[in-house]
Design a protein around this ligand. Sequence first.
Ligand SMILES: Nc1ncnc2c1ncn2[C@@H]1O[C@H](COP(=O)(O)OP(=O)(O)OP(=O)(O)O)[C@@H](O)[C@H]1O
Ligand SMILES: [Mg+2]
Length: 439
Amino acid sequence: MAASEEHDSPTEASQPVVEEEETKTFKDLGVTDVLCEACDQLGWTKPTKIQIEAIPLALQGRDIIGLAETGSGKTGAFALPILNALLETPQRLFALVLTPTRELAFQISEQFEALGSSIGVQSAVIVGGIDSMSQSLALAKKPHIIIATPGRLIDHLENTKGFNLRALKYLVMDEADRILNMDFETEVRFLFQNLVQKLQRAALKNPVKCAVSSKYQTVEKLQQYYIFIPSKFKDTYLVYILNELAGNSFMIFCSTCNNTQRTALLLRNLGFTAIPLHGQMSQSKRLGSLNKFKAKARSILLATDVASRGLDIPHVDVVVNFDIPTHSKDYIHRVGRTARAGRSGKAITFVTQYDVELFQRIEHLIGKKLPVFPTQDDEVMMLTERVAEAQRFARMELREHGEKKKRSREDAGDNDDTEGAIGVRNKVAGGKMKKRKGR
Ligand SMILES: Nc1ncnc2c1ncn2[C@@H]1O[C@H](COP(=O)(O)OP(=O)(O)OP(=O)(O)O)[C@@H](O)[C@H]1O
Ligand SMILES: [Mg+2]
């Protein structure tokens, strides 16, 4: 069993990073030739630090807690040993990867497919918010790898005939601290206690901690700034910054679905190519937004913390914390959406009169005092009128949107978009999930 990502109380001494290991190749780590070729084709010329640390131990079958900074290749650090082991002893339903968000599940599946395409690896993504019948069919084909969010996986374990995880050899929890926190408590307990019998120890057996960065570190090539402004000027400053840094790709984080939607509408009214991603959108819209942003058809992605973990979009240049994160740790994950895999990037955090304490906590956590992002206040103020007008339109659109949504909810019945188990509701509905037409 392998766990990846942060863990608050690791049980074993960490492995020091050995400098000379920097020159190691994937082959040196024990990765089989065909997978080394796959790495090569992805442009992975040499393993990253966490891959150097974790892969040989994972290949020995050790339980692992992996910690490394954002964008440092943790996915490959668990995917490669799993694929390697799968090649040695081919077997269906070989590994399960749990993730906290649906988008991350799709991304991890893409990584497995990219690394495993030449060896015919089949994976299935089992997440909420999309048709459950087609997932049952995919599970009936017994894929090698399942990548799942906890709630929907449990639904299938309870309701999909013939599907179980008794043969499972590898379990990965990506963003483990997030999966093991309270939101998924019931689901995780259920998975550990009832299903993965072999792994019933529910934790790790003599695990090795592979830590290649200090705990709460942001990456070196990330330039971080803040701006301190009155709350009522947030929109105007945002527009100013987007103009100043025009030509870049932005991820802008907001604290609520509503503000994400509102800000997206506001920016669109001002002619920006902005697109929202949040939990009140249908899953097809969520993936649609993400794909448009990934394909550079939109330059601004506005998101809640649903997008703060794990998403790997290499061309993101700037992360804006439009609403300051309430949990300081989320700050590190959010800003980690840029400056990935050795690239550089910028992060700008909006601090209002209400956010001072939260901001100080963030600075304390990352162990840095951040500089101010320079702004020309007179230029900012010249934008106020246009922004005020766009705000009015956005409010109107939001209201219309809300009413439309209410009507469609009354028509469609099922309008749920959460990660919770829907087994019960499924049964009530006679097993027929109505796909929600999202707005
Ligand atoms: N050995 C390698 N050489 C070059 N690039 C790599 C290597 N391994 C992974 N990458 C690339 O680095 C990027 C980041 O990888 P990944 O998403 O696994 O990071 P992560 O450590 O999981 O980050 P996060 O903490 O944000 O989840 C991806 O685009 C991936 O393709
Ligand atoms: Mg990751």
